[in-house]
Design a protein around this ligand. Structure first.
Ligand SMILES: Cc1ncc(COP(=O)(O)O)c(C=O)c1O
Length: 417
């Protein structure tokens, strides 16, 4: 790939080459990352990008759509089949846009909505004041129970009865436990609220059947096709048939313009691949790896938020190691392990410092790592934490990281043709 780019634009070629080398040599543990198969790279880079169109298959604003309509239809049908959904819209350009499309479909500016607090695991688009969601709508945040560090459903119910939201949003960016969708759906029903689940982080696990599906309980389900789904860089939204027209109209012309056909083709491939036994086995291993890593870190003196994980990520409280998230993130990056600093529940530190890190196992599991490697990684993380100021020890760990990652190949032959 990229041979003509190499000839025409060496600066950009070198950036891609450098990034490929980084992805090959580092241990990637950002919970929202994965490695996509080459078919996704090919489809995202395909000639389908040339077609401009607005609207939906069979109802376009431009001529010449008879071929590309097939790609979008295929994606829609596969999404419906994979998640057992009544309706799918695969046009949202990202997870944020998918959420915005649902909001635009059923809310008016100023309406009351409930979502999970950003500093306890929610996402920016669930009502943060720095995001359009928090500026357009009156978001009331719910959060976690201080003791269990799990969603405080009683508090959520109390807030719902107090504020009578038009919509309750569930789903999170850094919550390691199964969310009780059935319970929140009941709460929503009891106050005549609609219910939306943003399953962006766990969509791959849901597709593989290793995590409960929100689809039977929610009026709307939104997601990215990245993260655990490990596919195209984009989003999608599912809903009950009753809301299909509203959702589509909110997406176009409500929120977005022309459709990205090359990305939708890659989304269609993402859904097909998520139906395979190979993908299911990989997702099972993703969870096993996260649980193993949590166990090893615990044995190594770290505190794991909620004492473990049900999914692909864990949040680690670094206070037992007298470290902040910012310090540990930097120290790990220096030895070649990529994680991100993350607020722990009721964190005394500021968001740019934090007392924790969030660690995900999707990318490294896709590369082929299993429990044995998680043990090595957990031990390396302990060694980094315990030797944060010892340059020679850290240098040695860096070598071990390189040695470990060199055992797992990535995009072999990428630049060969
Ligand atoms: C729960 C959740 N929803 C939505 C998004 C936004 O997705 P995107 O970055 O594609 O807009 C994210 C991304 O991190 C997320 O974690």
């Amino acid at each position: 790939m990229l041979q003509t780019v190499k000839e025409q634009d060496i600066e950009l070629y070198k950036i891609v080459e450098e990034e490929l080398n980084r992805q090959r040599s580092e241990i990637e543990m950002i919970a929202s990352e994965s490695y996509v198969p080459t078919q996704i790279l090919e489809l995202q880079g395909s000639i389908l990008t040339n077609k401009t169109t607005e609207g939906f298959p069979g109802n376009r604003y431009h001529a010449g759509c008879r071929v590309i309509d097939k790609a979008e239809r295929l994606g829609i049908e596969r999404a419906k089949l994979l998640f057992k959904a009544e309706h799918a819209n695969i046009q949202p350009h990202g997870g944020s846009q998918a959420n915005q499309c649902v909001y635009a479909a059923i809310l008016e500016p100023g309406d009351t909505v409930m979502g999970m607090r950003l500093d306890q695991g929610g996402h920016l688009t669930h009502g943060s004041k720095v995001n359009l969601s928090g500026r357009f709508y009156n978001f009331i945040s719910y959060g976690l129970d201080r003791e269990t560090e799990r969603i405080d459903y009683d508090e959520l119910e109390r807030l719902a009865h107090e504020h009578h939201p038009k919509l309750i949003v569930a789903g999170a960016s850094s919550y390691s436990r199964i969310i009780d969708y059935e319970r929140i759906a009941k709460i929503a029903k009891s106050v005549h609220s609609k219910f939306m689940v943003d399953m962006a982080h766990v969509a791959g696990l849901v597709a593989a059947g290793v995590h409960p599906s929100p689809v039977p309980y929610a009026d709307f389900v939104t997601s990215t096709t990245t993260k655990t789904l490990a596919g195209a860089r984009g989003g999608f939204a599912l809903c009950k048939q009753d809301y299909a027209k509203q959702l589509d109209k909110a997406t176009f012309p409500g929120v977005q313009g022309s459709a990205h056909l090359h990305i939708m083709a890659a989304k269609a491939y993402t859904f097909k691949r998520a139906m395979t036994t190979e993908f299911r086995d990989c997702m099972k291993q993703v969870v096993k790896n996260a649980q193993k890593l949590a166990q090893v870190l615990k044995e190594n003196g770290f505190r794991i938020v909620t004492d473990g994980t049900d999914n692909h990520l864990l949040v680690v409280d670094l206070r037992t190691k007298n470290l902040t998230g910012a310090q540990f993130e930097k120290a790990l990056e220096d030895v070649g392990i990529t994680v991100n600093k993350n607020m722990i529940p009721f964190d005394p530190q500021k968001p740019m410092i934090t007392s924790g890190v969030r660690i995900g196992t999707t990318a490294m599991t896709i590369k082929g790592m299993k429990e044995d490697e998680m043990e090595i990684m957990g031990n390396m993380m302990k060694a980094v934490a315990d030797n944060i100021d010892r340059a020679t020890v850290l240098e040695n760990i860096k070598k071990q990281v390189l040695e470990l990652s060199s055992k797992f190949s990535l995009y072999e032959g990428y630049f060969d043709n």
